[in-house]
Design a protein around this ligand. Structure first.
Ligand SMILES: Nc1ncnc2c1ncn2[C@@H]1O[C@H](COP(=O)(O)OP(=O)(O)O)[C@@H](O)[C@H]1O
Ligand SMILES: [Mg+2]
Length: 346
C-alpha cells in the first residue's frame, strides 16, 4: 500500500480512494449445518489494502466475501464500510460501491464487450459520452485495445480475455472496494500469471481496497499486502506474506504455506536485506539489482557458478555485495528476523 497518491487515469469524475472495512464478530450459520461456516470473524482492513483470504476448500472464504456485499446476510456480527454499517444501506446502493469478480465471469453472452462493461454505468444513467469514454479507458486498463475488442461478443474471447472483461465490468463504476473470489482459478498457468501481474498493476494505480479469495498459496504470497488465513470458518492468522511464511501461527498454517519451503521464503526477502553494504569496490561483471529478491539472486549465483555478486541500484551504482553464505543465512533466519525490518519485495 503506497502512501503517495498514484497517478490515476482521467475518467471525468472524482475517484474515491479505497474504503476501510471493519468486520466484528461476523458469524454465518447455514440452516442445515452444525458448524458455523464463518465463525466470529474480526478484521480491520485499511483503505487501499490488498487483502488475500487464503484457506482450503470449505473454510468459509466465499461465505465471508458474500456477506460484505450482502449476497449472504450474517447470522450475527457487523460489517462496516467507511464506518457505515452495510445493513443500513439499500443493497443497490451498497453494491454500486463494490465491484465483484468471480471465476465464472457471468458476462452476458448476447451483449458486446462494450455493453457488458457499460451495464452499471447505464443503470446509473451516466451520459452516453461519459460511458463511451469510460469503456475505452477500462479496456485500455485491462490491456484489451478498444478498437479490437469493444464490439466482440464474449464467445469471441479466450478465457483470459473474458476474465479481463469481467474485471473491467467490475471496475466500471469506480468502486472503492473490489471483492474477487478465485477470479483466475479456471485459467491456465501462463494466463493466470499474466492476470496476477495486471491486477497488481491496476491496484497500484487505483488504490482501491481488494478482498481477494484464493486457495493458492503462491497467488496469495504474490498479491497480498496482508494474508488472512482461514480454517473451519475462523481466522487463524493475519500477516504479511513474509510474516506468515516465516512465522506460521500453528502447524496447520505451516503445512498450508509450506513454511519449510526455503525458496518461497527467499522470494519474499529483497537482496538489500542480505547484502553487505561495506563492500562496494566490487569489479565483478555479474551484478544483481538491489530490488531483486533472494530467489532471483540465488538463480543468478547458481547460473553463473559464483559464490558472490555485486549489488547495484536500478541506475547501476554498486551499493554492496551479496554472498552465498549471507543469502543462506538470511533465508534460514527469517524466523528470528523481525519481519517489520524487511521490506517485502514484490
Ligand atoms: N448455501 C449453503 N447452504 C449450506 N451450507 C453452505 C452453503 N454455502 C456454503 N456452505 C457450507 O459452508 C462452508 C463454507 O463454504 P464456503 O464459504 O463456500 O467455503 P470456501 O469458499 O472457503 O470453499 C462449507 O462447509 C460449505 O459446505
Ligand atoms: Mg469458495
Amino acid at each position: 500500500m503506497s502512501s503517495q497518491p498514484a497517478a490515476r487515469p482521467q475518467s471525468g469524475s472524482p475517484r474515491q480512494p479505497g474504503s476501510a472495512i471493519h468486520l466484528q464478530g461476523v458469524t454465518k450459520r447455514y440452516a442445515d449445518q452444525n458448524r458455523a461456516a464463518v465463525d466470529d470473524v474480526a478484521l480491520d482492513v485499511a483503505p487501499g489494502e490488498f487483502i488475500v483470504l487464503l484457506g482450503t476448500s470449505g473454510s468459509g472464504k466465499t461465505t465471508l466475501l458474500k456477506m460484505v456485499n450482502r449476497l449472504i446476510e450474517p447470522t450475527s456480527g457487523s460489517i462496516a464500510i467507511d464506518g457505515t454499517d452495510v445493513t443500513s444501506l439499500s443493497v443497490t446502493d451498497l453494491r454500486r460501491t463494490i465491484g465483484y469478480v468471480i471465476q465464472q465471469t457471468g458476462l452476458f453472452p448476447h451483449m458486446r464487450v462494450k455493453d457488458n462493461i457499460a451495464v452499471v454505468p447505464k443503470l446509473l444513467k451516466w451520459p452516453k459520452t461519459r460511458i463511451r469514454k469510460r469503456v475505452d479507458e477500462l479496456l485500455d486498463l485491462v490491456d484489451l485495445p478498444p478498437a479490437d475488442y469493444a464490439n466482440r461478443y464474449p464467445a469471441q474471447l479466450s478465457g483470459g480475455e473474458q476474465q479481463r472483461v469481467g474485471l473491467a465490468r467490475a471496475l466500471a463504476a469506480e468502486p472503492a472496494t473490489m471483492l474477487m473470489d478465485e477470479p483466475f482459478g479456471a485459467l491456465d498457468a501462463i494466463t493466470r500469471a499474466r492476470l496476477q501481474g495486471e491486477i497488481k498493476r491496476i491496484h497500484n494505480v487505483l488504490e482501491h481496497t481488494i478482498l481477494f479469495v484464493t486457495h493458492d498459496v503462491d497467488e496469495a504470497v504474490l498479491l497480498a499486502d496482508r494474508i488472512v488465513v482461514m480454517d473451519e470458518g475462523k481466522i487463524v492468522q493475519v500477516g504479511t506474506p513474509l510474516e506468515i511464511v516465516s512465522n506460521p501461527a500453528d502447524d496447520f498454517v505451516a503445512r498450508l504455506v509450506s513454511a519449510d519451503d526455503a525458496v518461497r521464503r527467499m522470494s519474499l526477502i529483497p537482496v538489500s536485506a542480505a547484502m553487505d553494504p561495506s563492500v562496494t569496490d566490487h569489479d565483478a561483471e555479474v551484478m544483481v539489482s538491489s530490488e531483486a529478491n533472494l530467489r532471483d539472486a540465488l538463480n543468478l549465483l547458481v547460473a553463473s557458478n559464483l559464490d558472490r555478486v555485486a549489488v547495484r541500484t536500478p541506475d547501476n551504482v554498486v551499493v554492496g555485495e551479496l554472498t552465498l553464505v549471507a543469502l543462506r543465512a538470511a533465508a534460514t533466519h527469517g524466523e528470528t528476523e523481525p519481519a517489520a525490518s524487511l521490506s517485502v519485495s514484490r
